[in-house]
Write a protein that binds this ligand. Structure first.
Ligand SMILES: [Zn+2]
Length: 427
């Protein structure tokens, strides 16, 4: 028996809006007969077992709710071809996804998959190519220009999936004829008079319309009885995080943003309370400031993290373990769907911060994902920044200096300025 099918009525019975209607992919179907009982398992008992299994399955690290609500098909048309092609579309967290390879081939291009780096090279009809990476909302065009994609590239059952909106951006860069996408008719076309041309241009903001100033919650990591990591010459992480946070506040205030700090002094605050402060304030963005530590004393660089149940590397898992104090895994992933819906915004903001810090000449490591408690519990786009490695002698010295902290704060501030600017112009 496939457990997948049997969960649906059960989930509906649980009446959890975020879960209802979703299908849960489970590593392998769990056996549902009890040893020696055979057919004696009553429907009642079976429901009980299913319920218990659901709780168990939720606890498995590999468990992810995969929304596979069939969203029907999406039609592709090109001016040069007689036949249209209808591709199956999956809905995931409200985003339509279609198989990249089939779509590109129909449009006259070619894809090459590089499994180890999780990258796809898409060759367009213009001879230009785009390199896309699974899990990242950007493409590199001809190895030298970036374009931001509205949605993440996904990998499901060995197939790379892309949203039509992202495909539009990619094809504009590497195709010979301009593409158009009509979300209502569900048609992606190339070389035709775009049906939805008018819909594509964002409505202009009404004159006099007040734009609400973004509210940012800055979370200075650790504090009070919790010093955080301690450097080789005894610099405490809690001192650095507060310094960077206070400086960042100054910068953001100057920009006109509203700012709340989870702590302004050397005081202890629980991880739970930190996320609660952001949730109660209904913040637009949560940014948790930390300094990294590693047993490898040579590890260096600034790094941005976003939330995911699964860490993207051993190093990311180690960073999360360090920052999570005693919070256990089950507690972290409980209710984390509320964070997951903000994943794309978190990546965009985090990506801009990484880019900005790099531009300022800092050493920047790639963005990674890991199950950080404070990120899981905040219900808005949220990022955690490890400013530098306090465990590295040279970086500890840098972190001691006000100027270095100021540079970090300035970089984050510029990136957030850019983030909200782009958000406004996209509206
Ligand atoms: Zn920390």
């Amino acid at each position: 028996m496939r457990l997948v099918r049997d969960f649906r009525p059960l989930l509906a019975g649980l009446n959890v809006p975020a879960l209802t209607g979703r299908v849960f992919r489970i590593p392998s179907p769990l056996p549902l007969s009890l040893p020696g009982r055979g057919k004696a398992v009553t429907p009642h008992l079976r429901t009980g077992i299913l319920f218990m299994s659901l709780l168990l399955v939720q606890a498995l690290p590999g468990w992810t709710p995969a929304a596979v609500a069939e969203a029907g098909g999406l039609r592709l048309e090109t001016a040069g071809k007689k036949n249209a092609l209808t591709l199956p579309v999956q809905l995931e967290q409200g985003v339509s996804l279609l198989p990249l390879k089939a779509a590109v081939e129909y449009l006259g291009g070619k894809t090459t998959w590089h499994g180890t780096t999780r990258k796809v090279v898409v060759k367009g009809t213009s001879g230009r190519s785009a390199v896309l990476t699974v899990g990242l909302p950007k493409a590199v065009i001809d190895r030298n220009a970036f374009v931001r994609l509205p949605h993440l590239l996904r990998l499901k059952r060995g197939r790379v999936l892309i949203s039509p909106e992202s495909l539009l951006v990619v094809w504009r860069a590497i195709g010979t004829r301009s593409p158009a996408y009509d979300p209502e008719q569900r048609v992606f076309s190339v070389g035709r008079v775009p049906v939805a041309a008018s819909r594509e241009s964002a409505p202009a903001a009404r004159p006099g319309q007040k734009t609400r100033k973004p509210l940012i919650v800055i979370d200075a990591g650790h504090g009070g009885k919790d010093p955080g990591a301690i450097g080789p010459s005894r610099l405490k992480e809690k001192v650095v995080t507060l310094e960077v946070s206070l400086q960042l506040k100054q910068f953001l205030k100057k920009r006109g943003f509203r700012v709340i700090l989870t702590r302004k002094t050397d005081k202890y605050i629980s991880l739970k309370k930190r996320a609660e402060i952001a949730n109660q304030a209904k913040a637009d963005l949560f940014i948790s400031v930390h300094a990294n530590a590693s047993r490898n004393r040579k590890a260096s660089g600034s790094q941005v993290f976003i939330y995911n149940r699964e860490a993207s590397s051993r190093h990311a898992a180690e960073a999360a373990r360090l920052e999570n104090q005693d919070a256990n895994y089950l507690e972290i992933i409980k209710d984390d769907l509320r964070q997951s819906v903000h994943e794309e915004s978190s990546i965009t903001a985090g990506g801009l911060i990484s880019q900005q810090l790099e531009k300022m000449g800092l050493e920047v490591r790639r963005i990674e994902r890991a199950p950080f408690y404070v990120l899981a519990k905040s219900h808005m786009p949220s990022i955690l920044i490890e400013t530098a490695f306090i465990s590295n002698k040279i970086e500890e010295q840098k972190l001691r200096s006000r100027r270095f902290c100021r540079r970090l704060a300035e970089g984050i501030d510029r990136a957030l300025g850019q983030y909200y600017q782009e958000k406004r112009s996209a509206r």
